[in-house]
Design a binder for this molecule. Structure first.
Ligand code: PNS
Length: 156
């Protein structure tokens, strides 16, 4: 059984994230989408709220579960016996940001990171852009799933 972890901040979940999780679910037996607790970063949504969104969004995919973790990603991966971390790559900048983390995680625990290129039509989407669009009254319906949009409109 291959279990992989898709970690992230998911503040909030975007269609870019959804694309990566759904494609990972076609490639691996089990996918755990995992919200990282970052004590140094005040998010728009709490970790519990982000987790609730993930659970709702992926409820139709039997081999996707959602969870959260604090501390090192590699410790979480070891606990759930994941064989790899899966991350979406939208651009060169993403690659440059992700590569050192992939190396650190490999060095710490031996776990590999698999990079999936985000589908080109979604590769301009980021959680920060989404927040900015909604904050200034723009239409973010093409950027995030409806459950996220509803919560964003309430929050911002
Ligand atoms: O969605 P993001 O912000 O790109 O996700 C980054 C995340 C949460 C995957 C990364 O910061 C992480 O793995 N944090 C947990 C702490 C950790 O393991 N750090 C060592 C890797 S450098």
């Amino acid at each position: 059984m291959s279990t992989v972890v898709c970690p992230g901040s998911f503040d909030p979940l975007t269609y870019g994230h959804v694309d990566i999780v759904r494609r990972a679910a076609q490639l691996f037996d089990n996918v755990i989408v995992c919200v990282a607790h970052n004590p140094n970063k005040q998010g728009l949504f709490t970790v519990a709220e982000r987790l609730e969104i993930l659970q709702e969004e992926f409820s139709d995919i039997p081999n996707v579960t959602s969870d959260s973790f604090a501390g090192l990603l590699v410790d979480y991966c070891t606990n759930v016996e994941a064989c790899a971390v899966v991350k979406g790559i939208r651009s060169n900048q993403d690659y440059e940001y992700e590569l050192p983390m992939a190396h650190v995680n490999k060095q710490l625990s031996g776990i590999d990171t698999i990079f999936l290129p985000t589908s080109p039509e979604l590769s301009f989407i980021s959680s920060s852009v989404v927040k900015e669009v909604v904050r200034f009254g723009g239409d973010a319906s093409g950027l995030v799933p409806p459950i996220v949009l509803k919560k964003l409109l309430k929050r911002l």
